[in-house]
Structure formats: C-alpha cells, structure tokens
Write a protein that binds this ligand. Sequence first.
Ligand SMILES: Cc1cc2nc3c(=O)[nH]c(=O)nc-3n(C[C@H](O)[C@H](O)[C@H](O)COP(=O)(O)OP(=O)(O)OC[C@H]3O[C@@H](n4cnc5c(N)ncnc54)[C@H](O)[C@@H]3O)c2cc1C
Length: 405
Amino acid sequence: MNRPESVTVVGASAAGLGVVETLRREGYEGDLTLVGGEPHLPYDRPPLSKQLLSGAWDVGRLTLRQPEALQELDVDMRLGVPAVGLDTAKRAVLLGDGERVGYEALVVATGASARRLPGTEGVRGVHVLRNLEDAQELKAALARRPRLVIVGSGFVGAEAAAVARELGCEVTMVTDVAVPLGDALGAEIGGMLADVHREHGVRIEPGVMVEGVLADGARQVRGVQLADGRTIEADVVLVGIGAGANTGWLKGSSVPVGNGVECDATLYAGDGVWAAGDVASWVHPGTGRRTRIEHRTNAAEQGLAVGRNILAGPGEAKPFAPVPYVWSDQYDLKVQIYGSTRGADEVRIVEGGLGERRLVALYGQGGRVCGAAGINMVRVLRAHRRSVADAVPWEPEAALVGGER
Ligand SMILES: Cc1cc2nc3c(=O)[nH]c(=O)nc-3n(C[C@H](O)[C@H](O)[C@H](O)COP(=O)(O)OP(=O)(O)OC[C@H]3O[C@@H](n4cnc5c(N)ncnc54)[C@H](O)[C@@H]3O)c2cc1C
C-alpha cells in the first residue's frame, strides 16, 4: 500500500466531503486540504428546489456537517476561493487568490453549473437554480406571486413548478420534448406526471423550443420567445435546461476532459488525479459505457469510493459499480429511479397503475432489466433494485413480478 502524504480535494460539497470523511475514517493521517469556491460550509443541494424554495426549511437545515464535526476532520479548509488552474507536472492547484496548493493525490469534485440561455446575461428576472444564492433569489421573486415561465421540464424545473404553484404563482412550463420527463420515465409515466402538473394548474407547452427571452428597455424580463413564433408573457423566468461539468479550471493540465473528467473504472484520471460526483465521467463496469451522473447519492458514493481507492493506490483500486439512484419530490408524489431508464426500449408497469398514481415500472434494454422507477411505492420499488443490479433477463423478471396490469 502506497499512501500519499498529501491529498487536496477541490469542490466542498457532497462528493468532496465524502472523500475527506472517508480518508479520515479509514485512518489517513496525512495532510488534507479542501478547496471550495463557495463561501459556505458544505450544504445539500436537493432541498434547494423543494424545502428551501417552499419556505418549509431555513438555510441552516441544508448544512451537511456542523463546524465542530468538520474541525475534527483536521482538514485545511479553503472556502470562498475557487481553483483557477492546475499544474499537473508540479502537482499544484492554483487558487483565485494567487496561492498554490500542492498535492500528492488530487480529487476533482467541482460538480456542475446550470446551463443558461444565450442572451440572458444581465437580464433581471431570469433565474437558474444550482446554488444557495440562486434558490434564495428565486424564492424572493416567487414571494411576489409572479407569472413564472419555466424553460425545460427536467426534475429541477418540475420541482420548482410544483412549489411555485403551491405558493400561488401562475406557472407555464415550456419544453422542447413531447412529454415532460418522458426521456427519464417514458411517455406513459411522464404523461401521468404532466397530468398531475396540469391538475395543479401548470400550463404546459410541450414540443417547442424557447429561442430567447424578451426584455424591456430596463433589461427586465417580460416574457419568452418561442421558436414557433409565439411569445409567452412572464415576470420571472426559470431556466432549467440541465447542467454542465465544472472543468474549465483544468484547461491546459494533463487531466482528460470530455463530458466531465474522464476517469477509468476506478475513478482515476491519471497523474495522481481522481474525480468524484457530478463532474466525474467513468466507465461503468456493469454496462461498459462512459457515464456521468448528476445524482446526490452518486456524489456521496463516489466520494467514498475515491477515498478508499486513494488509500489502496491506483494499482489496487476497485472499480466503481453502483446501481444509480435518484429521487424527485413533486406535490405529494415521490418519484424514485434505480439504474438507467433513459434510452430503454421496453417499459412495463409491474405494480400499481397510472390511475392510482402509485406504481413501479421496469425498464429494459437489449433483453435485460436496466432500470426501475417508482411513484409513491418506496418499499415495493426497493424490492426490484436487485433485478436492476443483476440486469436480469427482461421477460422472466416481468413475469415474476406480475406482468401487465
Ligand atoms: C436544485 C437541485 C435539486 C436537486 N435535487 C436532487 C434530488 O432530488 N435527487 C438527487 O439525487 N439529486 C438532486 N440534485 C443533484 C445533486 O444535488 C448533485 O448530484 C450533487 O450536489 C452533486 O454533488 P457534487 O459534490 O458532485 O457537486 P456540487 O454539489 O455541484 O458541488 C460542487 C462544488 O464545487 C464547487 N466548485 C466548482 N468549481 C470550483 C472551483 N474551480 N474551485 C473550487 N470549488 C469549485 C462548487 O461551487 C460546489 O460547491 C439536485 C441538484 C440541484 C441543483
């Protein structure tokens, strides 16, 4: 075993915290530095579009660890200073304040940033939702009960739509796909969720691109321009069109970057560099496919895996082979997904049904189960996790759990 004498982790959120906690828990006694671009102690992002936005939780509840617990880790925390460059030859991270932080092993855990609509820079009333400030600004805007247009129909947009309706805002969701959430859940279940949104008063404009926002002379947003020529008036626009990995600061280094930091199956990117969380792309040993996942549980699990693999060393490191898991809360519905449902060629509801709004569906690809999704069926869904993990053959699995209903 060849333990590094110093480890630097860049990105102080779920994945980065997972790495430093794992290292200390597993007995690592060397130097540990955690660099975070945000001035806050590590906090949790999923509540930003749920409990924080709705006002059910205050900011304090988002903190992942209390200061005392962080102190016990004996980590040199550099918060509020972003890493702006990386010298892989000299093994040093360049910080925004001009300092250099050396390392023997480096973990890139810089997450992702919300994509923006071109031409919206500096237009007041246009929001994204990725960090604490974004959520607080959006929350303040929603308190005025504006006409809200949400661009995009992914989980974050759908959750914000649900909260905004509960707060009494007029909400329109514009999406270029035919069925909101249809790419994640399939047309039938995505359609059922769209119905729930409509019943709660969300107007949905599917199958149309937003070309840009309309602003007045004072650069205040007034609406959105659709590709089919229509316009929709708005006081507030939330752009929820996905996120891109934060890899800009790695430019010019030897770290391989594509859609994220390109790691091997053990989350190792070479030259002493590892990656974890939303920023990491790795070859999943189960599917053989390069994968980048933006899920909270994955960030924690990859943090744990990287911490252990650093201690084991690149030669002894274990491949990371999870069953991905994500959840989303909308109104009184809990949506959960195990595995990969996107691109499935088969979908079958095997428990409950669309009408009941409680169900479990299996997803198949190439004759094998590749994913399972549940709506308000937490325990039943968990029982299907094994089938996803084992990628069991499609037909026997479907028959085993009851077939079509
Ligand atoms: C509104 C919202 C709701 C979500 N809801 C869910 C959900 O319900 N279920 C679910 O599974 N997932 C959800 N997610 C996704 C989940 O939050 C992410 O997968 C998770 O936060 C990823 O953790 P991470 O540590 O990899 O990255 P992040 O949480 O993005 O953290 C990366 C950190 O690195 C910092 N950083 C970036 N660049 C630099 C730099 N150059 N130098 C220093 N620091 C830097 C960032 O400021 C940030 O603090 C949600 C995400 C959002 C935004």
